[in-house]
Design a protein around this ligand. Structure first.
Ligand SMILES: [Zn+2]
Length: 181
């Protein structure tokens, strides 16, 4: 990605993996090669995220089992956060736990009030292998926690309990994209 270019503008939109896809429930592998293939993956991830109107996307959502995610996400003060993380580690998630609306490009059309910490710090690398530390609050902290979950094979639905969980799972079963059986 050259300075000044719009992320994703040279990328290709890839098919989105949906709830029920096995790759979404398996932990992703560490990235060990920082080359053109990784840069191209990040570009494709931005293109795919923008095409679907998302604020974040993890690599396993397009069927690539690597520890990479991208984001273009506002926080609660409407400050925009744009970037990507390779081999991210959620090093801190604290503050108050806030229940707020959350959705996922792999569970399209469904939202549920999901508890998340109000602050999150993630450390990882850029596509060039340079260390980076990202601090998020509010909705952006929610996004960071959501994407880190994906790379562990998790989904936001895992954080729901009781009636909220039953409702969301029922809506997913009845969704037009749901896999029969
Ligand atoms: Zn998601």
């Amino acid at each position: 990605m050259r300075r000044g270019t719009i992320p994703g503008s040279s990328g290709h939109v890839r098919p989105m993996r949906l709830l029920g896809d096995r790759g979404l429930s398996a932990p992703c592998d560490e990235v060990t090669e920082f080359g053109a293939d990784l840069a191209a993956l990040v570009e494709d991830m931005f293109a795919t995220m923008y095409a679907h109107g998302g604020v974040g996307l993890a690599a396993n959502q397009i069927g690539v089992p690597l520890r990479v995610f991208v984001y273009d996400c506002p926080d609660d003060e409407d400050q925009r956060h744009l970037g990507h993380l390779v081999n991210p580690r959620l090093v801190a998630a604290d503050g108050v736990s806030v229940r707020g609306p959350e959705g996922c490009l792999s569970v399209p059309g469904i939202e549920a009030g999901t508890p998340r910490f109000d602050e999150a710090v993630v450390e990882g690398l850029t596509v060039l292998g340079e260390p980076v530390r990202v601090h998020g609050t509010g909705f952006f902290a929610r996004c960071l926690q959501h994407e880190c979950d994906h790379l562990e094979g998790g989904l936001y639905l895992d954080h729901l309990t009781g009636l909220r969980r039953r409702r969301a799972l029922r809506a997913a079963r009845r969704a037009p994209w749901a896999v029969a059986g």
